[in-house]
Design a protein around this ligand. Structure first.
Ligand code: AHZ
Length: 373
């Protein structure tokens, strides 16, 4: 492990950007940025006008830079002052308020991979449902930042492209499947749409260590900071916290250091008999099986995504992601059904207003507030 200074981190993040506007902006302003002190006082440096390479594409980039100049003076830049303690209080108050609010919630989703995020997105369309997403990693997204073998493209078999259409994600269309140019485009888009919604809270860097079970029904989760969970062997007695939920959705992925934790715990406590583990790869069988077998495995707990393959000994599909999206959507509708809300499983959603898009129906049921702007 190594520690980057904020400056080098900032620079490497800049370097990592492939957005053409950002890259062009970097190229044209790099020399002046390097000659500017951090307090915003510009150090002596020759003023430089951005120059455009004489190609139509570069011309377009230059024009868009000049028309989107930031609304402040980059040469004499200064932030409004702030007291350090205010920053601390703003974060602490909000986080603690969220912990109090979500200590008892409608749905807890464990694992923010492609299945968990798809489930959360679908569920969050019903503004009356409160959703807490618990993700042990600092970075939510699970395996959905890349395609297979760490390649970029994400293959999604039809008809799961309809989910991408809803999210407005561009893809390259083939006969029976589509390809998103980078998996991160899917993951960042679904996440941004989801996290903007008022009925959703993501607790990342938090691990689910156990389940709350009452009268043979899963009634919530037992949580801890993920870094604490990883250190139970080195420190003694670091007790966890709890979060009650009417429904728990487990989307912990296949077995691994932090994988299949929900179903493995169900087996430990005797609520299910076996977790045979996923079988060898067969894309066609696997994707249909994952969607078909997405279900409430024990009262109060729905399993979605690759964790389903662990419990049922279904094959893995490798790098095709359509089943993760549709399994997540199915889990959301199973949760809505369990909560007595209109859903796509028992047909009650259709009965509400068949002519409307489900998002609109659900939004309309809550005093006309449309949360999905
Ligand atoms: O960190 C995990 C990951 O982000 C998180 N997670 C697991 N256990 C947890 C716990 N507490 C909190 N106890 C936990 N978080 O769950 C997330 C699982 O995401 P994933 O991408 O691994 O699973 P998925 O089912 O959403 O997507 C699977 C994608 C795969 S794997 C695969 C193959 O191997 O063949 N093919 C596909 C499409």
């Amino acid at each position: 492990p190594y520690h980057q200074s904020p400056v080098s981190t900032h620079l490497s993040q800049k370097k990592a950007s492939t957005d053409p506007h950002t890259m062009a902006a970097m190229a044209t302003t790099a020399s002046s940025l390097l000659k500017t002190s951090f307090s915003g006082v510009r150090l002596p440096a020759a003023a430089r006008t951005p120059s455009c390479v004489a190609t139509p594409r570069a011309g377009a980039i230059c024009n868009s830079i000049s028309s989107s100049t930031p609304p402040y003076d980059l040469n004499a830049f200064k932030f409004s002052p702030i007291k350090e303690s205010i920053v601390s209080r703003e974060m602490t108050r909000r986080y603690m308020t969220d912990m109090i609010t979500y200590a008892d919630t409608d749905v807890v989703i464990v694992g923010a991979g492609s299945a968990g995020l798809s489930c959360a997105y679908e569920l969050s369309k019903d503004p009356s449902i409160s959703i807490a997403i618990i993700e042990q990693s600092v970075s939510p997204g699970g395996g959905a930042w890349l395609g297979g073998q760490l390649f970029s493209a994400m293959v999604v078999r039809k008809p799961a492209h309809l989910f991408l259409d809803e999210l407005n994600i561009e893809y390259d269309e083939q006969e029976d499947y589509v390809v998103i140019k980078h998996a991160a485009l899917f993951t960042s888009t679904v996440m941004s749409r989801l996290l903007a919604r008022p009925n959703v809270k993501l607790f990342n860097a938090v691990a689910v260590e156990d389940l709350i079970v009452k009268e043979n029904r899963v009634a919530g989760v037992v949580t801890n900071w993920a870094l604490v969970s990883m250190n139970h062997d080195t420190q003694s007695c670091m007790d966890p916290n709890v979060m009650e939920a009417k429904v728990v959705v487990s989307s912990c992925g296949h077995d691994g250091p932090f994988g299949a934790t929900g179903v493995k715990r169900l087996q430990d406590i005797g609520m299910i008999q076996a977790v045979p583990g996923m079988k060898a790869l067969d894309m066609n069988t696997a994707e249909d099986a994952i969607v078909r077998l997405t279900r409430e495995v024990v009262p109060g707990m729905i399993v979605t995504g690759m964790e389903v393959a662990e419990i049922d000994g279904a094959p893995r599909m490798g790098p095709t992601f359509g089943a993760m999206m549709i399994s997540g959507q199915k889990a959301a509708h199973l949760a809505l059904k369990a909560l007595g809300r209109p859903n796509g499983i028992d047909g009650t959603l259709k009965n509400v207003t068949p002519a409307l898009h489900p998002e609109m129906i659900l939004a309309a049921t809550n005093n006309g507030d449309i949360v999905d702007a």
